[in-house]
Every structure is written in C-alpha cells, then in structure tokens.
Design a protein around this ligand. Structure first.
Ligand code: SF4
Length: 198
C-alpha cells in the first residue's frame, strides 16, 4: 500500500467518535485537533497492557460460554484499503467456530453496550477477518471496571453499518463542512471548549 493510500485510511476509534457526535470528526479530521488524553484513558492504557499479557495466555474466550482457544493474538495492528480503516485490535481468538474479537473498555458496564462500542468492535472484527483470512463470528465487549462482557454475533447488517459510518466520516473530512452536533452529549464531551456546544 502506498503512503497516499495509508493517509486516506480512517482510524477505527473515529467510528466510536462519529456515533458520540459527528462534529468531533470535523475537529479531528479537518481542524486537526488531537483526541484528549484524560486520566481515565491513561489508567485504561495501563490496564490494557496487563490485559494484553493475560490475553496471550488465555485458553478460553471471555463471555458467558467458555470456548476452546486454538490461537490468540493481542494488540495486533491491522489496516484495509478495501474497508478504508486502520487500528490496533485488542484481542483476537481463533476458536472452532471462527474468530472472536474482544474490545476492552476501561469503564463501568452500561445496561447494554453502547452502539458506538458495538460498531467500533465490528470494525475491528472486519479488519481481523481481512488480516487473518478467517471468518469472524462474534465480538465481545468487555467493561473492565466491573468485569462485565457482552457478546454480539457478527452480522452482514452490522458490517454494512460500519461501512456506511466510514463513508459518512470520509464525506465530513472531504466536504470540510461542520456537521450538526449531538446536543445530548455536550456535557460529557472533551471538545466542548473548542466547540461551545450546538
Ligand atoms: S460539544 Fe456537543 S456538539 Fe460540540 S462536539 Fe461535543 S458533543 Fe458535539
């Protein structure tokens, strides 16, 4: 892949940002602001590295059912020109039924996983399929603060949705037009000072 192709790829974390508020994509992709590194993110990074260590030794996948693990990878970098995304996948397990992709979140578990977390995990699963040449069957989202995991079967609909979000992100960047913000999220937004809300 040429350097130009690589520059056109979108980080998977922007999928999560897009679902939080599309306006953040403008600040990241057009204005060139960095994602804010909060204390909980720093703490999360440290916790992630201990999870990484455990992942390589795990013989069963996190989740309700225990599944025999044939191979395990952690923190694998992956990119795809076809999908238009790149990122580092937290954990991937090969089981008898296909790949299982785990996305770790350093936060308390919600009642059900946020759509932004689901689509982010699905995007990683799509990259894992392409990188490892095997079918991914499901994603697991683990909320590490209280050790709760949600399993989601991977469907073509979920994958199509990720592709749609990726194309929306690209059009915000290419169009250089400030999109409508998500007013409900302003109170918890790291970009509030730049943006000033909706
Ligand atoms: S402050 Fe509100 S509108 Fe602005 S980027 Fe954040 S969530 Fe979106």
């Amino acid at each position: 892949m040429s350097e130009d192709d690589l520059l056109n790829l979108i980080p998977v974390t922007w999928i999560k940002q897009y679902y939080f508020c599309p306006r953040i994509i403008y600040y990241l992709g057009v204005s060139g602001y960095d994602e804010r590194l909060t204390e909980s993110m720093i703490e999360g990074k440290e916790f992630h590295s201990s999870e990484e260590w455990k992942a390589r030794r795990r013989r069963s996948v996190a989740g309700e059912r225990k599944e025999r693990v044939k191979s395990a990878w952690s923190k694998i970098p992956a990119f795809s020109k076809r999908i238009g995304l790149y990122g580092v996948i937290d954990e991937v397990y090969e089981t008898d039924y296909g790949l299982v992709v785990v996305e770790n979140k350093f936060m308390k578990a919600p009642r059900k996983p946020y759509p932004s977390h689901i689509y982010q995990a699905v995007a990683y699963a799509m990259l894992a399929e392409e990188k490892l040449g095997r079918i991914a069957r499901k994603v697991v989202i683990k909320y590490l603060r209280d050790n709760v995991a949600f399993e989601i079967q991977l469907t073509e609909d979920l994958k199509r949705h990720v592709q749609w979000a990726t194309s929306r992100i690209k059009s915000i960047i290419e169009g250089e037009k400030l999109p409508k913000g998500n007013r409900k999220k302003c109170r918890n937004c790291g970009f509030a000072r730049i943006c000033g809300g909706v």
